[in-house]
Ligand binder design. Structure first.
Ligand SMILES: *Cc1c(COP(=O)(O)O)cnc(C)c1O
Length: 370
């Protein structure tokens, strides 16, 4: 999707066109476990595990941005689980990244494997080496988090189709504004809307989007049967967050580009990873397949101790996990067991004014640098 079309969708999405005179312009929050249902049931909402008008409005808004039918879930992991479950059975083969979101590896290793699913892991930087022949599901995360390596989506899409595998892409770090996996040939997109789409550190949410009717029907079935449904209030929060997504996302990405250049020039910092930096290993592919370079930056300080002190001493960095919120956040990823250097910091850029943020970061870096 080109920039103008993407912006057109972001702009049009802010306007509800389905209103009758006197309707509320703000989205009504509907809290009901059951619906008035005399007689025949087909074609009507009946029970809260199958349908809710507030989720439906949030799904419609997300579907408009994805340009694909979309289903909402109570968390990113619930969305990922729902995308995987209908596609896998005993003897099925699943490829996951060894350096992506760690709970996906947990799900695969601790829960899918004991049911007889064969799970293979590869690093994102070499995800396609060895081909995808024989896999039922290829699950990619790009850019990977926290390493920010990139998978060439057009390449596996071609080869997954030839191999008969389903390609699922986790698009959490980019949102539909920053990357369009379905346009590049992915079969299914999953997203943790807990991050930039929710954007205020106050809600967990997720979604799955696909242009394949049969897959969406199977995932909807999984949701209804397993009960993995979003709460109406959380759906309402995410709908409200979508009102400012474009504004927040653009600010975050622009500030990340500004900070990455300055971090790369600071004497205490080495190994800055940001796909927008011309020297970054991900840069050329990022330029070709992403609409922006995102808001995550990785960099290394000489030790974990210095990295922790840098984070704690910076007045404008929340020492917290997660990313995509209005506030900037940072953490040492080694504390979660990621395969990174001890002094590796993941910086999740927020919406603060860029100059103020850089001043606070530079101050704190100067204090820990020897
Ligand atoms: C956070 C995250 C998830 C999981 O989302 P939850 O809402 O925490 O379940 C999945 N993938 C990526 C890339 C994430 O960052």
């Amino acid at each position: 999707m080109d920039r103008q079309k993407r912006d057109g969708r972001a702009a049009a999405r802010a306007h509800r066109r389905d209103l009758a005179k006197g309707d509320p312009v703000g989205l009504p929050l509907v809290m009901s476990s059951t619906y008035h249902l005399p007689g025949e049931t087909a074609g009507f909402r009946g029970y809260g595990r199958s349908a809710n008008p507030t989720w439906e409005a949030t799904e419609a808004a997300l579907a408009y941005l994805e340009d694909a039918p979309t289903l909402a879930f109570p968390s990113g992991m619930a969305a990922i689980t729902a995308a995987l479950m209908p596609l896998l059975k005993a003897g099925g083969r699943l490829l996951v990244p060894s350096d992506g979101y760690y709970t996906v590896r947990n799900l695969a290793g601790r829960f899918l494997q004991p049911f007889g699913v064969i799970v293979e892991q590869r690093p994102t930087s070499a995800f396609l080496d060895g081909g995808v022949e024989g896999f039922d599901v290829v699950y990619a995360e790009t850019p990977s988090n926290p390493g920010l390596d990139i998978v060439d989506l057009a390449a596996p899409a071609g080869s997954t189709k030839a191999a008969g595998a389903t390609l699922i892409v986790d698009n959490t770090t980019m949102t539909p504004l920053g990357q369009r996996p379905l346009d590049l040939g992915a079969d299914i997109v999953v997203s943790a809307d807990t991050k930039a789409i929710g954007g205020h550190s106050d809600v967990l949410f997720g979604h799955v989007a696909s242009r394949d009717e049969a897959r969406i029907a199977a995932i909807r079935d999984w949701r209804t049967v397993s009960g993995s449904i979003p709460g109406p209030f959380e759906a309402w929060q995410v709908h409200r967050s979508l009102e400012t997504l474009e504004l927040r996302y653009e600010r975050m990405c622009a500030t990340a580009g500004y900070l990455a250049e300055r971090l790369a020039g600071h004497r205490a910092v080495h190994a800055v990873r940001y796909p927008g930096l011309p020297g970054d290993p991900s840069h050329n592919l990022a330029k070709a397949q992403m609409q922006s370079f995102g808001f995550l930056i990785g960099f290394v300080l000489p030790s974990r101790e210095q990295a922790e002190r840098f984070i704690d001493a910076c007045a404008l960095l929340q020492p917290a996990t997660s990313f995509g919120s209005t506030h900037s956040a940072a953490e040492c990823r080694i504390r979660w067991g990621d395969a990174v250097e001890p002094g590796f910091v993941r910086l999740a850029v927020g919406c603060e004014p860029a100059d103020e943020l850089w001043r606070a970061i530079a101050d704190s870096l100067d204090r820990v640098a020897i």
